[in-house]
Structures are given as C-alpha cells and as structure tokens.
Design a protein around this ligand. Structure first.
Ligand SMILES: C[S@@+](CC[C@H](N)C(=O)[O-])C[C@H]1O[C@@H](n2cnc3c(N)ncnc32)[C@H](O)[C@@H]1O
Length: 275
C-alpha cells in the first residue's frame, strides 16, 4: 500500500496530537506498513476513510489498536546496569534515609512507558533484596504505565522469553524467575510490587494524577517525540517528582534543549536529573 503525501501528513499529524509521537517523512514506509495492517483488519481500502474512522473514534478501540501497531516496544530486564547500580548503591540509601527522618516509610517509583514491564520488574527485584533490611516495613509502590494496551497486558502476566531475561544476573534469576517450557515466569512476590496501567504520557489530564514519586524512569521513549512534545511530557515528570527525587532517561538520551528546570547530576557511568 502506498499512501499519498497528503494522507500521510493528515494521519501523521493526527497521531502527533494524540500521543506526541512524530513520524518524520523518512518513517513513511513504517507508518504505511502499520496502517496497511489496520486497514486490512477493518476492511477499509481508502486511507482517507480510515482517517475518518480514527477521528470519529477518539479514545476508542481502533485508535488503541493503531497505537499498539505503531509503538516500538523493545525492552529487556537489567537494560541499563550503571544506572541501576547508582540507583541501588547511592540514591536509594540517600532517599530512604531522608524519608526515614521524615517518618514516611513509603517508596514510590514510576516506570513511565514501561512497555511489557521489564524495567519495573527489574526495580522490584532490586528492592526485594532489601526487604529484610533497609526496606523492612516499608510500603513499596512501583507504577508501570504505557500507551500500548497489548504490552500492558503482557506486563500484568509477567511471562517472558529468553531474549528479555538474558541480562538478569544469575542470583536474581535463580530467585525470581522460573522456567517452564521455554517461558520465563516471574515469581508472585516480584509481581506484587508493581501495578500496571494504560497511560498516555501526552494526555495532560491523566498525567496530573501521577503524583509524588521518589524516582521516575522514562527510558527510550522521548526519542519518538519532537521537541515540543518532549518538553510538555518532561514538565509533567518535573511536577510529579518529589523535591528530593531523581529522574532518569535512557542511556543514549538527554534533556538537553528539552527542559531547563531539571539539573543534571553526574554519577559513575551515568547521569540523572534533580529539581
Ligand atoms: C522502546 S519502549 C521503552 C521501554 C522501557 N522504558 C525501556 O527503556 O526498556 C517505548 C515505549 O514507549 C511507549 N510509548 C510511546 N508513546 C507513548 C505515550 N505517548 N505514552 C505512553 N507510552 C508511550 C511505547 O508503547 C513503548 O512501549
């Protein structure tokens, strides 16, 4: 299927207004192939008719199905080891000590654009290792959110393939993953720490409910946004992070030119952001 430049522009702009993802003309082939799948599934042959269906169904089934097609969901456990090590050995102790002094023994972490949940569950495993010591009697809440309903459903199941689990250190793997018929099944104690929900980071009205996080991780998603949508989304992270909290993006990303309120802090092998 070949889409005219006019139809491509209309659908590209519509997608942008919904979720902030911007498909440059160089990505036309990608979008064409994904649209072709949805048009075939709906039995619609003219691109303009499909566009009208999308527009008439804001927030409804077809739009969600298209989102599921056009998002890139690549992820795996323990994806960013230096960031995780800094989180575990430097920042977590610092934040726990501070909250202990305030008498507030609840830790809130957000894995934004969590895809099928590997990042959120990685954090859960790291925290579980501290359950008997520094996190004894603490309430732990890890929120995983994504716009794609299919990956959210996978995350809730907590069953993975060999690719996803390949980087999990042996000690964690033996303790928290069970293998059965080639599938890697997460233990219930890990699953219990994480809640997954659908959330469009570009939807201001929903973002305001994501309050008071001690840590926010938003890795490998802002690359799909243009400067304006990055800036809008990052402002929400800024607003919803505790004054003493930390914000992290992916290994090859930065907030340079996106947000001038967050301050960069450098750590061994990685950097993060503070207010
Ligand atoms: C490459 S994955 C990143 C997964 C994980 N954070 C990581 O770094 O391994 C990007 C995710 O961003 C999600 N996404 C894209 N646009 C979004 C939006 N507007 N709101 C929420 N999630 C979005 C996609 O559905 C996809 O699952």
């Amino acid at each position: 299927m070949v889409i005219s430049d006019h139809d491509f522009g209309q659908i590209r702009d519509f997608i942008y207004t919904i979720c902030g993802m911007y498909f440059h003309t160089s990505k036309k082939y990608f979008l064409e192939s994904r649209l072709a799948r949805r048009m075939e599934a709906t039995g619609i042959t003219a691109c303009h008719d499909y566009f009208l269906l999308l527009k008439s169904s804001r927030d409804s089934k077809e739009l969600n199905l298209l989102m599921d097609e056009i998002t890139t969901n690549e992820t795996y456990f323990f994806r960013n080891p230096s960031q995780l090590s800094v989180f575990e050995t430097m920042l977590l102790p610092e934040v726990l000590e501070l909250k202990n002094k305030m008498g507030f023994r609840k830790l809130r972490i957000w894995s934004a654009a969590s895809s099928s949940g590997e990042e959120a569950y990685t954090l859960a495993m790291i925290l579980l290792e501290k359950r008997a010591t520094v996190l004894k009697d603490w309430i732990i809440e890890i929120d995983g959110t994504d716009i794609n309903e299919t990956v959210i459903a996978q995350a809730k199941k907590g069953i993975y393939n060999a690719y996803s689990v390949r980087n999990i250190p042996d000690a964690y793997r033996h303790k928290y993953i069970r293998e059965a018929n080639g599938a890697f099944i997460l233990s219930p104690e890990v699953k219990k720490l994480v809640t997954f929900n659908k959330l469009n980071l570009y939807e201001d009205a929903k973002m305001v409910f994501m309050k008071s996080f001690d840590f926010i991780f938003c890795a490998n998603v802002l690359i799909y946004f243009d400067a304006a949508s990055k800036s809008k989304v990052v402002q929400h992270f800024y607003n919803n992070l505790q004054p003493y909290g930390y914000f992290f993006v992916g290994q090859s990303e930065s907030l340079h030119g996106v947000n001038d309120k967050f301050r960069t802090v450098h750590f061994p092998g990685c950097f993060g952001y503070i207010k």
